[in-house]
Design a protein around this ligand. Structure first.
Ligand SMILES: C[S@@+](CC[C@H](N)C(=O)[O-])C[C@H]1O[C@@H](n2cnc3c(N)ncnc32)[C@H](O)[C@@H]1O
Length: 281
């Protein structure tokens, strides 16, 4: 049985408030599709009963509902070109700029089940010079389920078939039963942590590179703008930001300048502050 408008409103208010994710009218089917398996797992008779149990006090069920409503779609080397731009354009520039410290900090801000940060790690290994550098990749997500999966580094045949070059499968993965496990060397390059982009950012080493791909699309304009501004505040002033193909900083944070890589949304912080920011300085 389909959920009612009132039930839909309870769920969308919850996920908008907790995760910033905007669920438009007409997405009742999505709530049903995501929450009915959760209801079954929790031993609750129906999606309506599950929503009724949410009540007013926040508890573990709220977290599970938020997690169930996140979209975790990802693949290795998603869109290909951003990783080419990273390898051929951005890393050589940063290697030059950080020649003295020989350190690189990378933050992947919506890492889902790990394919993206692991793709970054594999890209770094393509550059022999970085072997003697201290490189740290922090990968974060709001969903503890996907973080647990990502830490395990185990992928199905279907997942490794999507985007991962055969050479990388042979080089960096081991067959474990029906699945493939990414090797310890790559796993040790990535730290997975919980981070809700809607909240003030925790203290972190200023990233030289931020990947924030295919997550802004779920937020409203004000939240997109606030998130980009917080990220700009934490990243290195000569650092780089990668967004997803359908995302932009335009009209959201005009201090970011798009670099001229045709299909890749790669940005750096420009030298011209917005008037409003200058007024605050
Ligand atoms: C579609 S996936 C994108 C994964 C990867 N960046 C990519 O492009 O393939 C979006 C991810 O954003 C996460 N997410 C959604 N809202 C979030 C929030 N408020 N804070 C942090 N992560 C969030 C979801 O849990 C999900 O794993």
């Amino acid at each position: 049985m389909a959920i009612t408008q009132a039930e839909f409103d309870i769920v969308r208010t919850l996920i908008r408030g907790e995760a910033g994710i905007v669920l438009e009218q007409g997405k009742e089917y999505l709530v049903e599709a995501r929450l009915s398996p959760l209801a079954r797992r929790e031993g609750i008779a129906s999606t309506s009963d599950l929503i009724a149990q949410l009540g007013r006090l926040k508890g573990p069920l709220h977290t599970k509902v938020v997690e169930a409503m996140t979209t975790n779609e990802t693949i290795f080397f998603r869109d290909v070109e951003p990783f080419e731009v990273l390898r051929k354009e951005i890393l050589p520039k940063l290697i030059e700029a950080r020649r003295t410290s020989r350190r690189l900090q990378i933050w992947c801000g919506a890492s889902s089940t790990g394919q993206e940060p692991y793709s970054i790690a594999m890209t770094l290994l393509d550059i022999p010079e970085l072997a003697s550098w201290k490189v740290d990749i922090l990968a974060t997500d709001i969903s503890t389920d996907v973080l647990a999966r990502a830490r395990g580094g185990l992928y199905s045949q279907l997942e490794v078939n999507r985007g991962l070059p055969a050479t990388h499968l042979v080089k960096y993965f081991e067959k474990k039963g029906l699945e493939w496990q990414i090797n310890d060397k790559i796993r040790s390059m990535v730290r997975f942590e919980f981070l809700n982009l809607m909240k003030p950012l925790p203290s972190m080493t200023a990233p030289d590179i931020v990947f924030l791909r295919n997550v802004l699309i779920y937020f409203d304009t004000a939240d997109k703008s606030a998130i980009l501004t917080r990220i700009r505040g934490v990243m290195r002033q000569d650092g780089y930001l990668f967004l997803g193909a359908a995302e932009t900083t335009r009209s959201l944070d005009d201090r970011f300048e798009r670099l001229p890589f045709s299909k890749t949304g790669c940005y750096r912080i420009g030298s011209e502050p917005q008037p409003a920011l200058r007024a605050l300085a």
